[in-house]
Design a protein around this ligand. Sequence first.
Ligand code: GLU
Length: 492
Amino acid sequence: MTVRTRIAPSPTGDPHVGTAYIALFNLCFARQHGGQFVLRIEDTDRQRSTDESEQMILDSLRWLGLDWDEGPDVGGPHGPYRQSERGDIYAEHAERLLESGHAFKCYRTSEELDTLRDTRKAAGLHLALKPQDLALDPDEQQRREVEGYPYVIRMNVPSEGVCEVDDMLRGRIEVDWAQVDAQILMKSDGMPTYHLANVVDDHLMGITHVLRGEEWINSAPKHQLLYEYFGWSMPQLCHMPLLRNPDKSKLSKRKNPTSINYYRRMGFLPQAVTNYLGRMGWSMPDEREKFGLDEMMAHFDIQRVSLGGPVFDLDKLTWLNGVYIREDLDDAALLKALCDWAFNEAYVGQILPQIRPRISTLSDAMPLAGHFFAGLPDVRETSFADIDLERETLLALLQFLVWRLEAVARWDKDELLAQVKLLAEHFELKMKVFLAPVFVAVTGSAHSTSVLDAMAILGSDMTRARLRHAIEVLGGVSKKHAKRLEKQYREL
Ligand code: GLU
């Protein structure tokens, strides 16, 4: 048997370090067994999936050196590798389950589903809805069918008993069937859900081992049942521990930058990031901290993964990155790293129009544009001393901007201007007044190039990181305060 693993990201946002971490372990597992590693794009959520996000995911995994043998960009014998291009395959498989009686059409409206759940809740029962709960009386079912009501296709699930699923790290996992609902497989718009598409694709793509995050454990019983319904053997499952913030909470962008773009933009070296991700719950047999991808592949053993939640610690990663710079990069390599990072024509070229009208000598350039070649600027509370706004308003303004920017799909000056205008109106401030603290937070001083252009050039991750940094410097936003702000923000 040829071992085949995969990473199956959904392109719905920034390329997440968690995706890179899972990709790394799948890649190492495949290589250790002389197998293949596949990249599949799970873009069945058409509302949230974007081409930009897909491209960023491919770019960042490649930047980290996590190359795949088959995927949407390189092709392969099991394509297409993008789920949005495999609609017919899922429809055909859903039809098969309908025919074999393992799935059924459900015409329930969302109001009816709410009522069903409320009734179960009031009776102190599990909220999982079973086929018998969902069944309509036969005449009504027929009426809705004839009248062409919208419907979903759901899978049949047992009502009682215990489902046992084997996990490569956790051994036997037991889940009560009572907790498992009659999962939707096809939505009313004809798109498959994750569960159907994922199982069908893993089978058709010959995946033998599924290494994925532990948040998917609850899906395992449904997947196992689907494999049974289709008469296929199931890949071996391995649920990896989730990455955590230093306070042990689930890694979240509130507490740690989670986008690989951020690390790239900050000037981390890909080999250091990959090495650090390899230390997440895993260690080399000799416990050394610094190792290359080749070494990790050569010594890989999934059983060395420990399940205690691995902590993604920015300070440790920064330390390791420094070790790489000092130990591995000679002058030529360091120069190349700097050029790849920011001292290149493409990047500097964007900054030139910003500085040309504002300098008299070439030596004016760096003081003016230095922040484009920096990480977080050295701003302090006093940097905002001249800003004539209450602290409360200042924090709200910066926090609202961070939230707005998180949702921006197209990162360009026009879009940024539109966001800023909207918020300035909300705060009833003139644009100039609104932008003053943003200027300090983003460029680090009160004198630099245009802040909207700077944000466009710095990109989403660096801009947001600088705004968040300013919020911290100004005393931060407590949990309680954030809740209050969120409420106001929602009313925007
Ligand atoms: N599309 C899922 C994700 O975004 C894949 C989960 C899996 O590996 O089964 O993580």
